[in-house]
Write a protein that binds this ligand. Structure first.
Ligand code: CO
Length: 141
C-alpha cells in the first residue's frame, strides 16, 4: 500500500541555523523558507537524490509544531511521509485494521497541494505518519 518515502520532516527551533547546517556542513541543496500559514509552519525543502527533508518551524501562535519543540527543544524527527496510490482506499483499509486517523477523516490538502492524512503515532511505534496521494494516481487527471 505505501510506496515511496516522500519526505522526512524535522522540527527545528532555529530555522536559519538548521538551514546553514544542511547547506554548509552537509552540503545539501537547501531551498528558501516558505510560509504556510494554513498549516502553522514555515517549511524549508531539502532535495536529496532519493527523497526530501523538510525542516519545519512554528508559524503563528497555534502552530502544531510548538508543543513538539517544547518536548524536544533541540528539534527532532516530526513525521515520515509515505506516498500512496489512492488515499481514500488507504484510509479505509487502515481504519478497518484499527489504525487511528488524526483529525478529520477526509483527506485535507497538505503543504504540497496534495491530499494528505496523518496516522496516530501510538499505532506506529511512536512515529507520526503522513500519507500523501500522488497526482499521477489521480484517475480524473
Ligand atoms: Co509532511
Amino acid at each position: 500500500m505505501i510506496e515511496r518515502l516522500n519526505h522526512v520532516a524535522i522540527a527545528v527551533p532555529d530555522l536559519d541555523e538548521a538551514m546553514s547546517r544542511y547547506r554548509d556542513i552537509l552540503g545539501a541543496q537547501v531551498g528558501p523558507p516558505i510560509k504556510e500559514p494554513d498549516h502553522g509552519v514555515t517549511v524549508v525543502f531539502i532535495n536529496l537524490a532519493n527523497t526530501k527533508i523538510e525542516l519545519l518551524h512554528p508559524l503563528g501562535a497555534e502552530s502544531p509544531i510548538s508543543k513538539f519543540l517544547e518536548r524536544n527543544p533541540k528539534g527532532g524527527i516530526h513525521h515520515l511521509c509515505f506516498e500512496v496510490h489512492d488515499i481514500g482506499a488507504a484510509r479505509d483499509r487502515l481504519v478497518s485494521e484499527g489504525a487511528r486517523i488524526l483529525g478529520p477523516r477526509e483527506p485535507r490538502i497538505g503543504a504540497h497541494g496534495l491530499p494528505v492524512l496523518f496516522l496516530h503515532p501510538a499505532d506506529f511505534n511512536g512515529t507520526l505518519i503522513e500519507l500523501e496521494e500522488m497526482p499521477s494516481s489521480n484517475s480524473h487527471g
